[in-house]
Design a protein around this ligand. Structure first.
Ligand code: DC
Length: 228
């Protein structure tokens, strides 16, 4: 039978606040599809850098968008973004592309370009979507909206540990500087700034581990939508 009612959970918050870890946990527990919208902005950032656009002039990507074909496929509950047919992996996770992504995300035409891709998935599936403007712009009628936060120092420490665990070289002070730059760039932009929706539940997870964060979020989810 055709599914007519879908449930939507929006998780927003700044870089490194644990959104994607939480969203993946909830998706697994609830059997929902997890959509990482940051990956789409990262794909446009990669496209811009490959086309020779300067990170300081992100608007220069606009005339090139007609040759940027993006597709998001959900494979085994995870997301793979395809750029002109090419599956993207860790090349969109570098510090350079993080910066490009944050820059192109300030361009209204880029946000409009990605809006329909994001909404179309939520029309046919129960989704947990993470990003910066999911509760405010992409899915304003989401059943559950959570806005995550954690101190910049604890987010930088998590990111630093992740990089070291992956065998990469990292300096904590640089990681913190990068997080503070992205917080400012994402929160102060004129269009769809990363701020909580009026009806979002705020969750500070500075002192919570992954399990504690998931439990707290599940309590919020159960109060808003039917959970088996
Ligand atoms: O979540 P992330 O770090 O992968 O996101 C990369 C960049 O994309 C981030 O700096 C801001 C932007 N972004 C956005 O503007 N809106 C979203 N819904 C998701 C990400």
């Amino acid at each position: 039978m055709k599914k007519t009612v879908t449930f939507q959970i929006a998780i927003d918050g700044p870089s490194g606040s644990g959104k994607s870890t939480l969203a993946k946990q909830l998706a697994k527990r609830l059997g929902y599809v997890y959509i990482d919208t940051g990956a789409l902005y990262r794909a446009v950032g990669l496209f811009a850098s490959e086309q020779g656009v300067s990170a300081d002039r992100p608007q220069d990507v606009v005339p090139l968008l007609s040759s940027c074909m993006l597709e998001m496929r959900v494979i085994d509950g995870g997301n793979t973004v395809f750029l002109n047919g090419r599956p993207l992996g860790n090349e969109i996770r570098t510090e350079t592309i993080s910066r490009y992504a944050s820059q192109v995300s300030k361009v209204p035409e880029v946000r409009a370009f990605l809006l329909e891709t994001q909404r179309s998935i939520a029309r046919v599936e129960n989704v947990i979507m993470d990003g910066r403007d999911i509760g405010t712009v992409v899915l304003p009628s989401a059943n559950v909206k959570i806005f995550m936060s954690a101190s910049p120092e604890s987010r930088a420490a998590r990111r630093y540990r992740e990089l070291i665990a992956k065998g990469e070289r990292a300096v904590y002070a640089d990681v913190l500087k990068d997080i503070l730059w992205r917080d400012k760039n994402d929160a102060e932009r004129e269009i769809a700034p990363a701020v909580p929706a009026e009806d979002a539940v705020l969750m500070d997870n500075t002192n919570l581990d992954i399990e504690g964060t998931a439990e707290a979020a599940m309590r919020i989810v159960r109060s808003k939508i039917p959970v088996k």
